[in-house]
Design a protein around this ligand. Structure first.
Ligand SMILES: NCCCCC[C@@H](C[SeH])C(=O)O
Ligand SMILES: [Zn+2]
Ligand SMILES: [Zn+2]
Length: 307
């Protein structure tokens, strides 16, 4: 596979090789676990970052690449892993975070779709599952979680880009992630899912306009994280509950995690606001990842303080 670069949109083969090498680079700080395979049989590998400990530590779960065409998202997860490993020991906050907590990172959630965008259709969004009765492929994994499933902002038409699937968790990729989070729900204190584009920091709910029980706290943290992000290059984010801030959208991973009991549940929509959209130039990977690190670290620090 082609050489890996943190400032390029790496192909799946290159990312897979990177996962293999980085996960064995520092056995005291990182390990990997395959949580299942995709529809087409590709492995879904979660990287566990954190000072190795015999006792169970509280954790944060972050996924990237749930939507295939949002290439800046997997780029950020790769950047996060590199930053965590390279600044542990020198950055006091990252050192404290990885000593006290674990961070589970799923660099590419929708692996089949991501590979498909490199090889066939750059604008593909969904999974690549096949079902009888239709010639259309895939379901929107961010409409397939069991949270107000298919009640708003989703379609029951298999050819729609927001097809909710035949049942909740019909997509094996969604089931693999939901099973992992359910298995670890007693230790997972925060859920962060990375998308693009629009420059938004969203939190529950999207399946209803009702405010979440923790609305004011979630908003406060989101505003602090957005301010931290803006402090670097002035990139302006809007924070708010999904339904009112972007659009109603049921079946989302953030709403599902929140209702499972993961209080700090956030969806990032990274750069930009439409000039390039999903086709964000590689020249913007570095600044986008640097500013997003500040927001994610802000959230992580808040979670840590409130353990
Ligand atoms: N759970 C829904 C959060 C708000 C919508 C996020 C966007 C990311 Se492309 C979407 O899934 O349409
Ligand atoms: Zn998305
Ligand atoms: Zn988006």
């Amino acid at each position: 596979p082609r050489a890996h670069s943190y400032t390029k949109y790496n192909t799946w083969d290159t990312i897979q090789s990177w996962i293999a090498s980085i996960s064995t680079s520092n056995s005291d700080l990182i390990s990997k676990q395959v949580i299942g395979n995709t529809f087409e049989g590709r492995p879904m590998t979660v990287l566990k970052l954190g000072k190795r400990s015999s006792s169970t530590k509280p954790a944060i779960f972050m996924d990237c690449g749930i939507h295939a065409r949002e290439w800046i998202s997997p780029a950020f997860c790769q950047w996060f892993v590199k930053e965590a490993l390279s600044t542990y020991g020198s950055d006091s906050q990252m050192t404290s975070l990885l000593n006290q907590m674990d961070v589970f990172v799923l660099p590419v959630f929708n692996v089949d779709g991501y590979d498909f965008t490199h090889k066939s259709n750059r604008m593909w969004r969904k999974t690549r599952s096949r079902k009888s009765g239709t010639n259309c492929f895939g379901a929107d994994p961010n409409r397939n979680f069991n949270a107000g499933w298919c009640t708003a902002g989703a379609s029951s038409n298999p050819c729609s880009d927001t097809y909710c699937g035949s049942t909740p968790e019909s997509e094996i990729e969604v089931k693999n992630v939901a099973d992992f989070i359910r298995r670890n729900k007693s230790i997972i204190k925060a859920y962060i899912t990375i998308h693009s584009y629009s420059q938004l920091l969203l939190f529950p709910y999207s399946y209803t306009y009702e405010l979440a029980a923790d609305h004011s706290e979630l908003l406060k943290v989101a505003e602090g994280a957005s301010a931290a992000l803006r402090s670097l290059y002035g990139t302006a984010y809007t924070s708010g509950p999904g339904a009112a801030t972007i659009y109603p959208a049921a079946g989302g991973s953030d709403d599902w995690a929140y209702d499972l009991g993961v209080k700090y549940s956030y969806t990032f929509e990274l750069r930009d606001t439409g000039r390039y959209g999903f086709l964000l130039p590689e020249s913007q990977i570095k600044p986008t990842c640097e500013e997003t690190m500040l927001a994610v670290k802000y959230i992580a620090a808040y979670v840590q303080k409130n353990l």
